[in-house]
Write a protein that binds this ligand. Structure first.
Ligand code: GLV
Ligand code: MG
Length: 312
């Protein structure tokens, strides 16, 4: 799986941002043709995005393009122009406002045809599906299983809040007057369950108060604690925070690697299933939890600072 702690939104109509994005330390950049691009700039944005993918230096980043949603007249031409123009420089297409499995099947079929017609390897380009309204959430299990190309489910809080008439204008913050808990808990968990059922990554969407870094950390930390893999970033100031919040701490990473080594030693050399590591009892379930943390730590480039020594 690709690391997606920070997923940078880059408006396709802005050549300066397309240039700047290449210098940022993000796991993924997605070049946008949808809501950050004005209707009159859609065609120019397609050309900018193809040129940026072809000529830019995106080393180390997963590259995606967000096309327009299926209720518009732009989607098919977005996909064709981008994939024919720069398909070999593209990892994923992001489809916004996915409402049911047929939307994913549509883009899967179109991608297959374009890949075949252009001699590209069939099935290499992945799909990221944004869940942005009530219908998408109700159908999220079927959406998550709709194509082997799917890599992520992405929560789109701004469109989602509008779709359910949530009474707030501050994206990602609790609606004023709701003091009972976290108004996003159900939505995030619902998306996470569907993602995990189908081995997809779960990505949290944007936090629009870009000056409020504490707010960003709080909202990102909430999604990370549940198990989300990453979050959108809209501004350079959010990048470092996202990479940090969605990486395990050094202590957790070290502990996870220790658990894996200790468990391996005790189950193979000592042939026991439940063993002690320091004061903690570890078993097969501990190993599974440790695998998750260790994998995220390795993907984030962490190095071990402790080593396992077998009991003498
Ligand atoms: C992102 O697309 C959102 O609607 O929040
Ligand atoms: Mg949206």
């Amino acid at each position: 799986m690709r690391s997606r702690r920070s997923c940078l939104a880059v408006p396709g109509s802005n050549p300066r941002f397309l240039e700047k994005a290449q210098t940022l330390d993000v796991d993924e950049a997605f070049l946008d043709l949808e809501d950050s691009v004005a209707p009159s700039a859609k065609e120019e944005a397609r050309r900018n995005v193809v040129a940026a993918l072809r000529e830019g230096d995106w080393t180390g980043k997963t590259m995606a393009v967000r096309v327009n949603d299926l209720s518009t007249q732009w989607t098919y031409r977005d996909v064709i122009d981008i994939v024919e123009g720069a398909g070999d420089a593209l990892d994923c297409v992001m489809l916004p406002k996915v409402q049911d499995a047929s939307h994913v099947m549509w883009i899967d079929t179109l991608l297959t045809q374009i890949e075949r017609a252009n001699g590209l390897p069939v099935g290499r380009i992945g799909v990221e599906a944004q869940i942005e309204d009530a219908r998408g959430l109700v159908n999220v299990d079927a959406i998550a299983g709709a194509s082997p190309r799917l890599e992520t489910l992405v929560f789109g809080p701004a469109d989602f809040m509008a779709s359910i008439n949530m009474r707030t204008l501050v994206v990602g913050e609790q609606p004023p007057g709701y003091t009972e808990g976290d108004a996003y808990h159900y939505i995030l968990m619902r998306i996470l369950m569907a993602a995990r059922t189908h081995d997809l990554q779960a990505i949290d969407g944007p936090y629009l108060q870009i000056k409020d870094l504490d707010g960003f950390r709080r909202v990102a930390g909430r999604a990370a604690a549940l198990g989300f893999d990453g979050k959108w970033v809209l501004h350079p100031t959010q990048v470092e925070a996202a990479n940090e919040v969605f990486s395990p701490t050094q202590a957790d990473y070290d502990q996870a690697e220790l658990i894996l080594d200790a468990y391996e030693y005790h189950t193979t050399v000592e042939r026991r299933g439940a063993v002690m590591l320091g004061d903690e009892m570890i078993d097969e379930a501990s190993r599974k939890m440790a695998i998750v943390v260790a994998a995220k730590g390795r993907a984030a480039g962490l190095r071990r600072t402790t080593a396992f020594t077998p009991p003498s």
